[in-house]
Design a protein around this ligand. Sequence first.
Ligand SMILES: *Cc1c(COP(=O)(O)O)cnc(C)c1O
Length: 424
Amino acid sequence: MQRDTAIFDLIGKELHRQREGIELIASENFTSAQVIEAMGSCLTNKYAEGLPGKRYYGGCEIVDQVETLAIERIKKLFGAVWANVQPHSGAQANAAVMLACLKPGDKLLGFNLSHGGHLSHGSPVNLSGKIYQPFHYNVEQETGRVDMNKVREIAIKERPKLIICGASAYSRDWDYATFRAIADEVGAVLLADIAHPAGLIAAKLLNDPIPHCHIITTTTHKTLRGPRGGLIMIGKDGENPFGEKTLKGELKSLSAVLDAAVFPGTQGGPLEHVIAAKAVAFGEALTDEFVAYQVQVKKNAHALAEAMTAKDYKIISGGTDNHMMLIDLRNKNISGKQAENALVKADITANKNMVPYDDKSPFVTSGIRLGTPAITTRGMKEKDMAQIAAWIDRLVVDIENEGTIAKVKGEVNEYMKQFPLYEK
Ligand SMILES: *Cc1c(COP(=O)(O)O)cnc(C)c1O
């Protein structure tokens, strides 16, 4: 077969783009070379519907060992008693949890998408909002933070079957213990979706959801720095609260109901090559280097927030506890879309984002979201954050000046040569 130069040339161009630019998208990261190696392996050829030791196909002895290692490592990392590492993505993990916990039309309570929540937490355009009946809590306009009294009020009024805490654009930590008290009060199952801060939680730099939440979902490719994918965990197993019974009429365990909701509930064959890469990433996450990396992610986010604040940028909630921040650009009289465009042209990648109580549409927005996981993997430290803030400000104050954009781009490309990516 002839080599597919059309595709491999494009992959080469993408590697060049990743090397030359400053990656500030809060949900992105750079995996290790061995994570990519595992993902690009012959394991992609194997069908393995079912679970290790209980497959629907022959020849699974080796992938069984791969998947078992992934499960054992993630359980150790988070102190979980059970995990399913097959969800193809974070949204798939959430869909499986909802299938397990809810019947069509049941109520769920999640964080408002336009305040920092996620599409898969009950947005009307997602199956979570089409099949189930969603309600949402917000952040307070004055503080930019979730008020637990308001969460409790909505929960008592609506009595949802499922409550979700977790976000895509929220720079503060979560009070899982209070969420659990509210869930218990109304008889709801509590799901923590830690897709964004999972790596910081694994490194014990943020509150731990495992003792408080019935179910935890996450992606594996954000702060966890693994391949693109998702997973589900629990901290305590026991009879499922949904009344699901076995053929013998006994209540199934919570873990059994969740396993069935992944396969055959929402997915077919697992991606064993990605599961192998997850196992590699979880092994990396169990090292002291990973903890040191997460400490630096948090320090860099703090330094970037300080540097932006010093230039009169308004950070929602006034700062950050984690790896990211949401900046309200309204005092600069530009939209998130304009800022994103100018930054991207200068090889600084960030995404426009709605801010709470935004008066602009999701395609325009008043905000921009910045995160430090990827640049910290590149080796950046606090002093580099001041430089990044200076470039962002030069672009924002001169938003349509192509000369400024070209000049900043040149400086960025030169600067990034200090931080090699996938050189061997
Ligand atoms: C990123 C994210 C997801 C979805 O992850 P995908 O892998 O893109 O499906 C789910 N929940 C939250 C809170 C997220 O930030």
